[in-house]
Write a protein of this length. Structure first.
Length: 231
């Protein structure tokens, strides 16, 4: 991490991932030798990861966001940086979708797109807080190479991100190996994909989760500016 600089002139402040988390993310990409990356939540992290993969052949970073505003800002920052990595920006709105008994907000992407563009070595989940984070793991798991990693930002939150990890563990059991790094930024969850597996979506808490999804979807439709502020 100490070898990864984060420029104060480039970092947009509190609206972006914590600087220490950015340094870890970039250092992890470097150590892993990742060439193909997918992220949910475009921002300063896009530029940090793009710089690490730029010298590698066949590099590719797919950056997905539900907000056209955030996607455009991230693309502008990347385009003006001079970085030569291959980066694709996509906007995908969040919509309710069933995952077994769980109704979750999910990024609206063409069926099979992630698998067609993969396999990916690394996935970053930095979606808006409380909107779309649990579903991302289920969607991206099939497109991740065995031995690849998923990193979850803001992982210290007990009633949200830690609950997501428990649901993922229930769904995938021995196919994943999660570790919580509490002392970096607001916490980072680092989850290794050990093997392929079909998810056994957990029933526990499904009603509560589904009701929360409908509530959040209503907020998303009628007060989108609040969701942008929560990112």
């Amino acid at each position: 991490m100490d070898k990864v600089p984060v420029s104060r002139l480039e970092h947009p402040g509190s609206s972006a991932m914590d600087p220490s988390s950015c340094r870890f993310l970039a250092g992890f990409v470097r150590a892993l030798g990742a060439r193909r990356i997918i992220e949910f939540g475009s921002g300063f992290s896009t530029l940090m990861m793009a710089r690490e993969i730029a010298p590698l052949e066949n590099n590719y970073l797919l950056s997905i966001d539900d907000s056209p505003q955030y996607s455009a800002l991230a693309k502008e920052a990347f385009d003006s940086s001079g970085c030569q990595a291959r980066v694709e920006f996509r906007v995908a709105p969040l919509r309710p979708k069933l995952y077994g008994p769980r109704l979750l907000l999910s990024y609206s992407l063409p069926k099979g797109l992630l698998e067609a563009l993969g396999p990916f070595d690394l996935a970053l989940i930095d979606a808006p807080r409380d909107y779309g984070r649990e579903s991302v793991f289920y969607d991206v798991f099939r497109a991740l190479s065995p031995g690849g990693y998923i990193i979850l930002d803001d992982a210290n939150r007990v009633d949200a991100e830690r609950a997501y990890v428990r649901s993922w563990q229930a769904a995938y059991d021995q196919a994943i190996d999660p570790i919580l790094l509490e002392g970096i930024g607001d916490g980072l969850g680092v989850i290794e994909k050990l093997s392929e597996a079909k998810p056994a979506y957990p029933f526990a808490g499904s009603l509560k989760v589904s009701l929360k999804t409908m509530h959040n979807f209503g907020r998303l439709l009628f007060h989108p500016e609040r969701i942008i502020a929560d990112q």
